[in-house]
Design a protein around this ligand. Structure first.
Ligand code: F6R
Length: 636
């Protein structure tokens, strides 16, 4: 059933009392997008029944893609016509030509306009090819064209990590109208992946203003994934501020934020519901979450929390059902029992309270790694322990990861090869010339193949270092990834068959995989979805009844304390060994290509993360470790 998007006054219930913008949370971006597409389709139909035009304000970026996909489906399935629709896009880079593959003009045609029956003259997208002196007049006419049509009926928005709506970067005024604006560095960094480097991203854009957006009759903002959780929280619960222009939407009385689990995870109702709600279902999960939070608030370890601490911090209801003494011990044991130095199970020991089974003593293990390096980055210490403890460990690299190899790295290998073997091949020379001083991703089969090989050999060097035989290392090269460009292909049966085949071949007792569930579009999310599909398909196979699945997190996020089912400690020596295994992935060191706003190298980020989680355990009163890797069990 599609969830109700109908606007409700925010803050009207006890649970939403800190919220100033109405919001609806969906299980994932797909179900949220479907609901939004349905609202748009219904509006178009309603306007048709009244013989009126339907004026839509549209957004680009990753967030609305599935909404457009769904609208195209509705157009085909239900014969929804777009003949009465007039669109105004929020923004366009400046300068940019409409033919540029990264222009919003191209984006809108690719994702929507080319697939529906909209009249071309009804499409309005700010022009990126104007002369500088034409811009002001053009922007005024953009505004007046909207006004002449009676304003926007429905405005679709995304939200940038700077909190921008449209390209209204921090500092934009509530009265701003359509204009040329300088893009924030963070916004340009987010776009750098698509443009093949930040230096190719235009520095300015033409955008509708905040005031233009606020005059729409209905506004729906989409936000997917954990990357957006801070700006979503600030917009909904903090005061209105020019620093987060989405917070101006608090002034609009028909705005709904459509969120998923990741983007909503900082809203108080979700993050610390006991602060706003008195009807909490106190299961072991919510208790662990609340008590870990309480330790943080009070600066006390778990076994030192008193009744007074509970009462003073809005947790009296929890303490009313169970003595705080029992509560503290219950949660202490739960957290403590996640810690193990035996990720494959401890042989000959009572495993009642251990995260893994003792038997079979020697397990067959698959570590799925979306790219060649996630294995060592995210679970290098655990990987090493599994090998050292004698398990039959296989690493399966799902994609080639060849897009993330810079042209410089490919060039270096070709030059070494040509010099050593005295090769003077015209094709290789052409390729070398293409690569010199070129930062853009080149769609060329040969270049991508060299890049694939570079990553495969780096991965082999790392797995040999950990102690694995080469025959235990598998490169799936899933076809969805092999588009030769940033935007990947759709997954097909071929992808899921490759996944199922390798699982069937190895018949593992343990599977480790990257559980980046919140990231809606990234490769990690596609890879985990493919694994889940295979698990579902293979569920009835006898060998699967003995298989446990453990999810690690990627380079960016960590599990919350209550989500952790296994925590594997790392000694200082193990941390250094892990670091070395990451270093084998040389093409990924000093690579700024996909780093986003975090300038640290992968090994630095992950070391800090592993150290932080050990610190959190210590603060709860657990033993004091140098670092930890954490896992969540997935029951299929
Ligand atoms: C796009 C736009 C921007 C994006 C925002 C989020 O037309 O105006 O405000 O909505 O930058 O981008 P994604 O969806 O790519 O995270």
């Amino acid at each position: 059933m599609i969830k109700e998007l109908t606007y409700k006054k925010p803050g009207s219930t006890q649970e939403t009392r800190l919220e100033k913008i109405h919001n609806v949370i969906f299980e994932n971006s797909k179900s949220g997008s479907k609901a939004v597409a349905r609202e748009i389709a219904d509006l178009i139909k309603y306007k048709q029944s009244k013989k009126q035009k339907c004026i839509l304000g549209l957004a680009t970026g990753s967030s609305p893609i599935t909404v457009y996909e769904e609208l195209v489906n509705i157009h085909k399935r239900e014969k929804l016509s777009f003949k009465n629709v007039i669109t105004f896009n929020l923004d366009e880079y400046y300068p940019i030509s409409s033919e540029n593959t990264e222009s919003y003009y191209t984006f809108m045609h690719q994702h929507l306009f080319d697939h529906v029956d909209i009249n071309k003259e009804n499409i309005n997208i700010p022009r990126g090819d104007l002369k500088k002196n034409e811009i002001e007049k053009y922007c005024k006419s953009y505004e007046s064209n909207i006004e002449k049509l009676g304003g926007i009926d429905f405005q679709l928005l995304g939200i940038g990590r700077t909190g921008h709506i449209g390209f209204n970067e921090p500092g934009s005024s509530i009265n701003s109208i359509t204009r040329l604006i300088k893009l924030d560095y963070l916004t340009r960094e987010d776009a750098s992946k698509a443009f093949g480097g930040i230096y190719n991203v235009p520095k300015t854009a033409i955008t509708m203003g905040v005031s233009t957006i606020l005059s729409a009759k209905r506004i729906v903002l989409l936000a997917w994934g954990e990357n957006k959780k801070d700006v979503v929280y600030e917009s909904i619960e903090s005061s209105i501020s020019q620093n987060i222009t989405a917070s101006f939407l608090q002034k609009h009385n028909n705005t709904t934020f459509v969120l998923d689990m990741g983007s909503s995870s900082r809203i108080t109702r979700i993050d610390s519901p006991w602060l706003v709600d008195s009807n909490i279902d106190w299961d072991i999960n919510s208790k662990t979450r609340a008590i870990a939070w309480l330790c943080n608030q009070t600066g006390k370890s778990l076994l030192r929390l008193s009744l007074r601490d509970y009462i003073q911090n809005h947790l009296s209801e929890l303490a009313a059902n169970q003595s705080t003494h029992d509560l503290n011990i219950e949660i202490f044991n739960r957290v403590q029992r996640t810690i193990t130095g035996w990720p494959g199970g401890k042989p000959n020991s009572d495993d009642t309270y251990r995260p893994e089974r003792a038997k079979p003593e020697k397990k067959r293990v698959i570590i799925f790694s979306p790219h060649p390096d996630d294995d060592v980055i995210s679970m290098g210490g655990t990987f090493q322990r599994l090998v050292d403890q004698g398990h039959d460990v296989h690493v399966v690299y799902q994609t080639s990861g060849n897009i993330a190899v810079s042209n410089d790295s490919v060039l270096k290998f070709l030059e070494v090869y040509s010099d050593i073997f005295d090769v003077n091949d015209s094709h290789i020379n052409d390729v070398k010339n293409k690569l010199i001083n070129n930062n853009e991703i080149i769609e060329d089969k040969f270049i991508r193949e060299v890049a694939t090989k570079i990553r495969e050999k780096e991965a082999l060097a790392a797995t040999r270092y950990v102690g694995l035989k080469d025959e235990n290392v598998h490169f799936l090269r899933l076809p969805f990834y092999e588009s030769g460009k940033i935007v990947k292909n759709k997954t097909s049966k071929h992808d899921s068959d490759l996944m199922s085949q390798i699982i069937t071949k190895i018949k593992p007792h343990q599977i480790y995989a990257a559980g980046d569930l919140a990231d809606p579009h990234g490769t990690h999310a596609v890879c985990i979805k493919l694994l889940f599909q295979s698990l579902k398909k293979l569920k009835k196979e006898k060998f699967m009844s003995n298989c446990w699945v453990w999810l690690y997190r990627g380079a960016w996020h960590e599990w919350e304390i209550n989500e952790i089912d296994m925590a594997v400690p790392l000694s200082p020596q193990q941390v250094i060994k892990k670091r070395k295994s990451i270093f084998f992935h040389k093409s990924q060191n000093n690579s700024v290509m996909f780093q986003g706003d975090d300038k640290r190298e992968f090994w630095e980020r992950v070391e800090e993360r592993n150290r932080d989680i050990a610190k959190q355990y210590r603060k709860l009163g657990m033993a004091d470790y140098q670092a930890m890797e954490t896992f969540r069990r997935y029951h299929f």
